[in-house]
Design a protein around this ligand. Sequence first.
Ligand SMILES: *Cc1c(COP(=O)(O)O)cnc(C)c1O
Length: 370
Amino acid sequence: MVPFLDLRLQHFGLEKELKAAFARVLASSQFVLGDAVAEFETAFANYCGVKHAVGVNSGTSALHLALLAAEIGPGDEVITVPMTFVATTWAVIYSGARPVFVDVEPQYATMDVSRIEGAIGPRTRAILPVHLHGHPADMGPIVEIARRHGLVVIEDAAQAHAAHYKGRPAGSMGDMGCFSFYPGKNLGACGEAGLIVTDNDDYAATMRQLRDWGQQRRYHHTKLGFNYRMEGIQGAVLSVKLPHLPRWTALRRRHADEYSRLLIGAPVATPTEADWAESVFHVYAVRSRRRDDLQRHLALRGIQTGIHYPIPVHLQVAFRQLGFRDGDFPIAEEFAHSVLSLPMFPELTVAQQDEVADAVRSFRLVRTAA
Ligand SMILES: *Cc1c(COP(=O)(O)O)cnc(C)c1O
């Protein structure tokens, strides 16, 4: 059997270091924020080459606070994409603003920059691109358009730790960059965690205040705040893991190369990388017009796969009140129907990749049941 993801392997390998980190937090008993979180914030800010990092309790909270720091709220519009994890859109809704979708481009399923200007109106305040599957969106034109129209850029880098755009780290190109450390992300906590990076002193100060009940100092609440603080244990775990991220990223990229080589001539389209991008393959997604049959075919051979994502955000029942319909964003919809994520994690072996590729190749011989 080839699992889609096996987090235990990573944790076995780091068991001693992680237990020591847990023990340190237990000894200090700084379970919420504290030194371990502050140390990780500094390390991650340095890693991204930015001034500030603000640790929070999830990637969703990171997005929410970034929007609030930019003073985005009711009556405002935020331009984003319908092909993403639903949290990107929820965060916009939480802020009170209205999400305005532009379709993705067909290659990497990231924001189609040629559609942005057509979506800008008098209420537009921000652009929120997503580095889907770890492949950076085309940030150059996005930032340039935003500057020309006086808009804030917030990057959803929840899947893109250590990804690069023309040599620059994901999350560092917009006004703020939001990360998730959900356990299955490329850098994962042992629980929920997230973080925002920014060079802007005011945004950072506002987000530090908002994550902690809007306190200016203890029990003096000057803003409507939230309980969005990062836990000490997660800060300590993430500090242990961060130095391993470059190696894990190199392994993911090597596995992606290997899959693409093994799948030459197979009945699927393999993912490509823009010449300006260094993807971190949070997932390795192939495409097939018979995706559901292919997924069943692989499952019968013991190969677990995933779909990221089967329903674009604009067609989710929860967003029905936004009034979108089938066909509104055809590229995102086509992507949702055809995309299939193969097993991908740093510890994946060549033998497992061979097994997956053989199973995909043998799909060619299978006739559709219907
Ligand atoms: C995981 C993810 C989020 C949300 O992060 P959480 O830590 O789960 O709240 C947001 N956006 C994208 C693209 C994600 O993949």
